[in-house]
Structure formats: C-alpha cells, structure tokens
Design a protein around this ligand. Structure first.
Ligand code: COI
Length: 351
C-alpha cells in the first residue's frame, strides 16, 4: 500500500499573477507545500496544504541553535509534458547524512518520494517546458520542539516548498579567493547542507560584493592555500585541457552536479583530476596563460562560468573562449535533465 498523504487543496491558484519570463530566483512559491512532523519518536502522517506561513513556538531550537538542514533539487518538463527529477535518491541520501550530523532523524524514502510526486502533480502547471525553465524544489527540516536547552530537539518538521526558476545568477560572476575568512573546518559541518553554513558566508560575501566580486572561493581554514568550494557551488578549474576539482571531504559539499560533471568529463574523454589544488597553482596558471576556465556547479546555478578572480593583490580576467567546457557540460546536463537525449547513467527519475 502506498503512503497515505492528507491533502488539502488551495481554493485559488496564484499562478496567473506570476510573470514566468521575469523570475528572481527563489522569490515566488507555488500553491502547495508538503509538511510532515516528527514527534513521539516517529514521522507522522504527511500532509500537503496550501502554501502559507507557519506557526512555530518562539523557543523552537531552529531559532536558537540553527538545527536545520536543507536540499536543493529541480523538476524539469519535457516537450511531451512529462516531468523529471535529476538523481533525487542522492538528495534524499544527502539530507539524511546532513541530518545525522545535526543529530536529527532520518526522513523515510517512501514519504519523500510519495510526497514529491503528489506535490509536483498538484502544482504541475507551475513547471514550464520553455527553454531554461525549471521548478526549484527545496526540502528542509527544522527543529520545532519548544525548548531552549542546547541539545537535539525531540520534534521536527520536514517540508518541501517549490519555486519556479530560471537562472540563479542573473549577471556576471567574479570571485574573490578567501584569505582570512573560512566556510568550514575539519571535523565540522562543511559537508552537510546545514542552514548555518550558508548564513556564515553572508558577511564575508557581502564584503566581497562591495569590492565587485559576487562570490568567494573558500580555501582550507588552516592554511588558506587550497581551493575548496564557492559559496553556493562546487568549483572546477580548466588548466590547458585538464579539468581539476578538489576532492570532497568533511569540509566540502558532495555536490550532485559536481559528480555528474566528473562523470560526463570521463564519458567525453576529458582528462579530469580530482585532487587538492593550491591557490599558487591557479595564480601561476593564470600568469602563464594555461588557465582557460573556472566554473561553478550546483543545482540552482547548474554550471556557471566565472569571469575573473582576485587573490590578495592579484587580479585576473579569464580569456573569452569560443568552446568552453562550462557550456558543453551545461548543454549535456540540460539535455539529460529535459529528456532530449539518452540517459546512460540512469540519472532521470520520472514523476
Ligand atoms: C542549490 O544549488 O540548490 C543550493 O542549495 C544552493 C543554494 C544556496 C541556492
């Protein structure tokens, strides 16, 4: 028997008030949301309800200690109006890994997939099959138990909200390489999609913004010599024709787009090195002309070219190439996601 979901439909849809050609990332939400509570040691009957504000006790630990994790996924609609997810089992696995690190309960697979299917069917009209359109899916879990002792909560809320999306970065992206601030340290929570990992980046990123850099490439916290991850993305470097990215660790998010790009590179006979890469090597490659590209990867951003970087007093603009790896990987990923090509690795998941 399938999972029972208690569904309350929205009386009116907001869809006609939305300008789908001019979407700011993550500001518009669909008509429904999924919610499931954890209490008395188990996940309760999942619910789908009209999208709207929550009532949560001010003492809930999410507000005090940031006991919260999240995921980022996308749904894509093909030309036959079929809807697809991309490697969703990996998102479930990762949210449960993140939860474990924050002493939160794992979410069951059947609730996750049945919830997603029911929610996406109800809000199907929000998934457009026009070029570059997708529906961003944000699952998250927050600690809701009303109690402020600094210990794991006994009650949680797992939710999924949906937001129609186009590009994540509307403009050009240049990055500053971190010299003092850090995103994550060894033994910490850098590998988890913990809410606080992102909040901790806001201040240094705001300072970088003032200097004209949209993102930071984080370096290792102890020496600041190794390139690790960009704020909302994993990061790739192309030196000559070799693609290089840092290995995942307890400081770096195990990005689903990242590992898909590594696989696509191998499939296309591109030499790919997953190894620690030093800031010095990047600066040297920039100076001697062998640095061809830098790009970020992530669910929201997909593949985003980096146009330039700054490290200490050294500033560099990347060359403008005709055929970039960034465009090639984005095209190949999109073709799989929008069901316009074969899916040799079984990454698509039909709703
Ligand atoms: C994603 O790419 O889905 C993320 O979770 C990054 C987020 C900050 C937009």
């Amino acid at each position: 028997m399938g999972t029972i979901i208690d569904i309350t439909k929205a009386e009116n849809s907001k869809i006609n008030s939305v300008d789908f050609d001019n979407l700011d990332f993550g500001k518009i939400f669909t008509d429904h949301m999924f919610s499931c509570e954890f209490k008395n040691g188990k996940w309760q009957t999942p619910k789908i309800m009209p999208y709207g504000p929550l009532t949560i006790d001010p003492s809930a630990r999410v507000f005090h200690y940031g006991q919260a994790v999240f995921e980022g996924m996308k749904a894509f609609k093909d030309q036959q109006n079929d809807v697809w997810l991309f490697r969703p089992e990996d998102n479930l696995e990762r949210i449960n890994i993140s939860s474990e690190r924050l002493a939160m309960p794992a979410f069951p697979k059947d609730y996750f997939f049945e919830g997603l299917k029911a929610l996406l069917k109800l809000d199907d009209a929000w998934i457009k099959n026009t070029e570059g359109s997708s529906l961003y899916i944000r699952p998250f879990i927050i600690a809701t138990e009303p109690a402020i002792s600094a210990s794991p909560a006994a009650e949680y809320k797992f939710m999924i909200i949906l937001s129609p999306a186009k590009a994540y970065y509307a403009g050009e992206v240049r990055v500053k390489i971190a010299e003092n601030f850090s995103r994550a340290s060894s033994g910490g929570v850098g590998y988890a999609k913990a809410a606080g990992n992102y909040a901790a980046q806001f201040y240094p990123t705001a300072l970088a913004n003032e200097e004209g850099y949209q993102q930071i490439i984080w370096t290792d916290a102890s020496t600041h010599e190794y390139l690790e991850e960009a704020g909302t993305m994993n990061i790739f470097f192309r030196i000559n024709d070799t693609l290089i990215t840092a290995p995942t660790s307890d400081r770096i998010l195990d990005g689903i787009t990242r590992k898909s790009i590594i696989q696509l590179a191998k499939d296309n006979n591109i030499e790919v090195e997953v190894r620690p890469i030093k800031v010095g090597e990047l600066v040297e490659a920039a100076k001697n002309g062998s640095l061809k590209e830098i790009f970020g990867s992530g669910t929201a951003a997909v593949v985003n070219p980096i146009l330039g970087f700054k490290h200490k007093d050294f500033k560099h603009e990347l060359p403008k190439l005709e055929d970039t790896y960034a465009t090639m990987f984005k095209t190949k990923l999109n073709a799989i996601q929008y069901n316009t090509t074969e899916d040799p690795h079984g990454w698509r998941y039909k709703i």
